[in-house]
Structures are given as structure tokens and as C-alpha cells.
Ligand binder design. Sequence first.
Ligand code: HEC
Length: 110
Amino acid sequence: MQIQRAISLLAALLLGLYAAQAVADDEDKGEKIVKTTCGLCHLTGTAGAPIVGSKPDWAPRIAQGKATLYEHALKGYEGKNGAMPAKGGNATLSDDDVKAAVDYLVKKGS
Ligand code: HEC
């Protein structure tokens, strides 16, 4: 009985570690993608893009909700400031990659 409890404790611990690592990986992934693809416009505000880490730029966008931000990042859209290309113009990114990048942008801008 003791051993069984120890094993389930260990399993729970490992699962927790794994989940924490997955979250960290996702954040790293988002940052990398922003730096390599999205940053082209979003680091400097080129073409009217909301700047990474600028709360005034991001507050009204975050207020639209993440579903809208994901949709606009994945499919692209024409806004008041300019055009946001689908997947930032990098078709090799998966949907999850783009979502991780949006999560990173939202986190930095909150
Ligand atoms: C060629 C320049 C360019 C690149 C590259 C780019 N964006 Fe954008 N993005 C824009 C512009 C311009 C806007 C603002 C459009 C407007 O609202 O007028 C924007 C807006 C956004 C928004 C806000 C959407 C909203 O509804 O307010 C998100 C989220 C976003 N981009 C995510 C990304 C992600 C993620 C990437 C990389 C995968 C990326 N962008 C790459 C130009 C770019």
C-alpha cells in the first residue's frame, strides 16, 4: 500500500512538472516566433502594427477578446491602421505557433 501511494504521488508530481514545462515551452515558442516573424512589424510598429509591450497599443485589442485576436492573426485582416497579413505572412507557421505568438503579445501588452 505504501508503495502504491508513493507511486501515485510520484506520478502526480511528474505530471505537474510536465505541465509546467509545457507552459514554459509554449511561452518560449511564442517569444521566438514574435522575434522572427511578427517582430518585423510589431517590434517597431511598422505599417501601423501595435508595438510589443505597449499597453496603450494593446489594451483596446485585448478588450476584443482572444478569439478575435487569434482569428485576425491566423486569417489576417484590414484594420484602421493597416493590414495584418495572415500568420504574419509566414505560411510555414502552424495554427498553434501563431496562437502561441498571440499569447505572448497579449501577455507583454497586459
Ligand atoms: C507585415 C507587418 C506585420 C507582420 C509581419 C505581423 N503583423 Fe500583426 N498586425 C499588423 C498591423 C498593421 C496590425 C494592425 C492592423 C489594424 O488594426 O489596423 C496588426 C495587428 C495584429 C493583432 C491585433 C489584432 C486585432 O484584432 O486588433 C494581432 C493579435 C497580431 N497583429 C498578431 C500578429 C502575429 C501573431 C504575427 C506573427 C505571426 C504578426 N501579427 C505579424 C502587421 C503585421
